[in-house]
Design a protein around this ligand. Sequence first.
Ligand SMILES: [Zn+2]
Length: 191
Amino acid sequence: MACDAADLAKWGAYLKGHFLLTTGRHSDQFLLLARLTEYPSAVAPWADQLARQLEPYQALTVVGPAVGGIIPAFAVASRWVDGRILFAEKNDDGTMQFKRGFRLTPGERVVVVEDVVTTGSSVDKVIAAVNAGGGKVVAVGALVDRGQEKPHWTKWGYEAVFRFPSGSMPSWEPGECPLCQENIPLTRPKA
Ligand SMILES: [Zn+2]
């Protein structure tokens, strides 16, 4: 099965229209990966391929940010015998930490898995939680990369692998949005 934009569209995970992104920018395209992870059989081939891409990093522990990263991280970890999945959760101050009794052993090799990476801010926070917990991030993987610039953590030297790099998706500041100029109604698909 093809893990590409057409597959995302088939599951309703890739939308075209006029969208308000969480960054405040507007776009004519939107990724709603919850519609893909809604069906275990739909996300399975994506997780298979991402797991294969992450195997060279020799980690059995997968950490995802709650909420969006939990299912992709679970799906990747389930591909590996002895795979393990933990998730980090937001604190009131916006940082993330492990709760629910999750523990890492000192130096434990960890891959961070996310559904969609745009600016990478959630991944940044998960990396901080892993470091605080004594683990060692060896790679970052995501089902989709819609970032237009290299996120911080690739500059810090973490390897990044993406199942579907879609970095060319355009976005605009509201004042420069061509769809606003055409008076097309703005929508927030996640709301
Ligand atoms: Zn607009």
